[in-house]
Structure formats: structure tokens, C-alpha cells
Design a protein around this ligand. Structure first.
Ligand code: CA
Length: 453
């Protein structure tokens, strides 16, 4: 059993992979080590609460939803490695959600009525739920508390389209645009839920090569199993998806990867932790305890020495329920792209949970919320329910609680250098050279050739 107290207080200098040498400094949290770090199956087996001073949470239980994909690992690890219990959340539960729509419906219901208090979200679901935009008008204010992960997603293309130069740049956009003439149907692409990350990634990628995702192709939400079946039998052409699919698509001979999202936008924000605002307002110390546990889990996940154990934990029956060998390559940053593209083999190109080359992964930058909402304006999602950039900024100020992240980080003893000083990460650059300056979102919108705004 690892000695977490020693682990969490040490700086680790680790060599990553065989070639790349990367210093990963894991600055620890200050709480007391749990007496039992292996399993927390029920509150009765959890260690005694021993949180210093006035940090004792007002409540010890919370139910957090997760989707069984790599993005959810910090929540699962916080549970399985005893970090929730360490900070006093001895009754924290992580609850597998059937899909994004179920997660949304369950947070509207709330944990007291059999739903969830919060959990893992694609963006900008917390903002949309807050405004009642995707909940039939029912407004359930949410607080965004942390980013869970970066990268780990990609665009898969079916084998039928091999050899057509469909990569990060699409060499022959007319091949895709002419599909209706040549195939009797439009080029068909899928994501798992509309108007969120994976929809944004594939839209950005198509539009950068001059393909209008609303006009030149069919792009729709389809369950992953159905999408993959369609890719096998030649009725589905593209899939915007997350690990482990980018690996499986190639290893199972379904197709190839045109691009990884880390190539589209290096160190991009991916999924987030958000909890109902009424819960956080009622139990602010418990919210910070949850945050501290997730932060410690994120640091634990990023330590290469822990990846093997991480894979064992998340692949388990209650979680991803997949063979370990399926998620091992993506967790090592190993991707076979296929269709003549060079393979990727770089730990830092796989999912990262605590820090990446741009700094903090965990801290929820308001500038990233603004990109997601600006992109929402770009595609005129939700018939203009979010009116303009100013309305977006006001909504972000209500939903994004980076202040709680900072407080929790300080209380947990996270090094000052690991706590961003600004709510903006600054200018973001995409693979096609387009820049998003969070100070000038309207200029970004104006610069885009394909848009509905
Ligand atoms: Ca994702």
C-alpha cells in the first residue's frame, strides 16, 4: 500500500517515457493520510474524519455523476484512493451515468430525490443547465469548480474513407462536399451530445478546412455503439470521440484517426467538475473538501509512476468496465493514427489531469468558459438564448467559481506557483493559426469564415 502522506508531501522528479524527459512536480496537499487507502466501499469502512481546524465539512456525503471515459478518472480516483474520505467526505459516491442526457436529468432531480448533486460535464453544460436552456426551461443554477482533464479526444474516420488525405488538414474538401453526388447521401458525422465539446471539436476541425458542418455534411448526436457499428458497415463516416475510442477505432480495424484534439488545440480545456449551486451554497466547506480531494486525485493521476494502478482502477467493472489493454496505450500517450500518419508516442499528448505545458489543468479559467460560449454564439446554438458576448460574460461570472478553487488550493497547501494569478490563460492558438484573444472575443468571431453568427 503506498504511503500517501509521504507521497503527497514530496516533490517528484520523474522521467517520462523513454525519450521525453519532463519534470513533473507534484505539490501535495496537507491533510492527514487516511488509515485505509485501498477501498472505501461504504461509509462504515471509511477512515475517521480528521480534518484540521475549521475545515470540517458540514456534510459528509455527496453523489457525483460520471461518464465512463478517461475524463472522469479524478472523481473515481478520489473515491478509490480515499482522497474524498481524507478530507472528510466519507460518504462521497460516484455514480455511473448512462449518457450525458441522463447526467443532465439526474442533476435536475438532485441527489435527495435519487439523482446527483453534480459531477462531470462537457462544456458549457453547467452554464446551459443554469439558464434552463437544455432542461425544458427549468433553471438549476450550477457552479463550475474545476477542470478535470485536458486532451484525450479525437476525430475518427471510417475505413471507407482511407487514402483520401483526411488528416488534421483535409487535403480535398471537395471529396467530402461531393458525397451527396457520389454516394447518394451526405458525409455523415457523429458526436455523443449536441452543442458541447465533442461537437465543437469536430465543427472547428471541419470548418478550418472550408467544410461547413451545417451545410456540407450531416452532423448529429448518435450513441457511440451505433456510431461504431455504422463506421464498420460504411453508413457512418466520422466520429468525434474520447479515449479509449481513438485507440480502439484503429486497433479494431474500424477506421483511422484524422486528428487528435491535442493537435487541433494543444492543452485545450476538456471536461469539468460542476455541482448544483444550492448544494455548494449550503455546504461551502464540503464543496472545498470535494475540490481538495479531486485536486489530490489529479496530482496522483499525473504521476507516471501511478498510471498502471490508475488503469487498473478505472478499467474495473464499476467504472469503465473494459480490458486494461484497451486503455493502456492512450494513458501512455500512444496513438496509432493510421492512414499513413505517423504514430504518436508522448506521455504529454495523452490525457493530463493536473498540469500541462500551459500550466494548471485543474484551475477553471474563465477565459475557457468564454471560448465555449463564444463558439456557442458562432454556431447560433439554442436559437440565441445566449444573446452576445456580454451576456456570456455575465453568465460565466455567475457559474464559474474559480474563487473556491483558489481557496481550496491554498487550504490544501498547493504551491503558490501552481495557483494561476489571472482568470484568463491568455491568447489561445488553434492548429490553423486562428487566435482566440479572451479580451476580444468579437474579433475572433469576425475572423472566422464559416459561422452562423
Ligand atoms: Ca470529452
Amino acid at each position: 500500500m503506498p504511503d500517501l502522506s509521504r507521497f503527497s508531501r514530496r516533490k517528484f522528479l520523474t522521467t517520462v517515457g523513454a525519450s521525453a524527459t519532463t519534470a513533473v512536480f507534484l505539490k501535495g496537499c496537507m491533510g492527514n493520510p487516511p488509515s485505509d487507502t485501498t477501498t472505501q466501499q461504504s461509509p462504515s469502512s471509511a477512515p475517521a474524519v480528521n480534518v484540521s481546524g475549521g475545515d470540517t465539512p458540514e456534510i459528509t456525503k455527496i453523489r457525483l455523476g460520471f461518464i465512463p471515459i478517461v475524463e472522469s478518472a479524478p472523481l473515481i480516483v478520489a473515491k478509490e484512493k480515499g482522497f474524498f474520505a481524507k478530507y472528510g467526505m466519507t460518504g462521497a459516491e460516484v455514480s455511473k451515468q448512462a449518457n450525458w442526457a441522463s447526467a443532465r436529468d439526474n442533476v435536475v432531480i438532485g441527489a435527495d430525490a435519487g439523482g446527483i448533486d453534480g459531477g462531470q460535464w462537457q462544456m458549457p453544460m453547467p452554464h446551459l443547465i443554469t439558464e434552463g436552456i437544455i432542461t425544458n426551461g427549468k433553471k438549476v443554477p450550477m457552479y463550475l469548480l474545476a477542470q478535470l482533464v485536458t486532451q484525450g479526444n479525437g476525430i475518427a474516420i471510417s475505413g471507407k474513407n482511407t487514402g483520401k488525405g483526411i488528416g488534421l488538414n483535409i487535403k480535398d474538401p471537395d471529396y467530402i462536399k461531393a458525397f451527396e453526388k457520389t454516394e447518394g447521401r451526405k458525409f455523415k458525422a457523429a458526436h455523443t451530445f449536441p452543442n458541447v465539446n465533442q461537437d465543437f471539436w469536430i465543427r472547428y476541425w471541419f470548418a478550418a478546412s472550408g467544410i461547413d458542418p451545417d451545410k456540407d455534411i450531416d452532423l448529429l448526436a448518435v450513441p457511440p455503439a451505433e456510431t461504431v457499428q455504422g463506421m464498420r458497415n460504411g453508413t457512418m463516416d466520422a466520429f468525434s470521440t474520447g479515449d479509449p475510442w481513438p485507440y480502439r477505432i484503429v486497433s479494431d480495424n474500424i477506421g483511422f484517426m484524422s486528428a487528435l484534439t491535442e493537435q487541433i488545440w494543444k492543452c485545450h480545456p476538456e471536461e469539468y467538475l460542476a455541482i448544483r449551486a444550492d448544494w455548494v451554497d449550503k455546504y461551502p466547506k464540503a464543496a472545498k473538501a470535494v475540490l481538495k480531494a479531486v485536486m489530490e486525485a489529479q496530482q496522483w493521476c499525473d504521476n507516471p509512476a501511478n498510471r498502471k494502478e490508475l488503469i487498473t482502477i478505472v478499467s474495473g467493472r464499476s467504472y469503465f468496465n473494459v480490458p486494461e489493454k484497451v486503455i493502456t496505450p492512450p494513458y501512455e500517450g500512444k496513438y496509432i493514427l493510421g492512414d499513413g500518419k505517423p504514430n504518436v508516442d508522448d506521455f504529454k499528448k495523452g490525457p493530463l489531469y493536473w498540469q500541462d505545458d500551459r500550466g494548471s489543468v485543474s484551475y477553471p479559467y474563465k477565459s475557457h468558459d468564454l471560448w465555449f460560449l463564444t463558439e456557442t454564439l458562432r454556431w447560433n446554438f439554442h436559437s440565441g438564448a445566449i444573446k452576445d458576448v456580454d451576456a456570456a460574460k455575465k453568465l460565466i461570472d455567475r457559474v464559474n467559481r474559480e474563487d473556491l478553487w483558489r481557496e481550496a488550493a491554498k487550504e490544501a497547501g498547493v504551491a503558490a506557483a501552481d495557483i494561476p494569478t489571472a482568470t484568463s490563460r491568455g491568447i489561445e492558438t488553434f492548429f490553423d493559426g486562428v487566435k482566440f484573444d479572451p479580451e476580444k472575443p468579437d474579433a475572433y468571431l469576425a475572423s472566422l469564415k464559416i459561422k452562423r453568427a
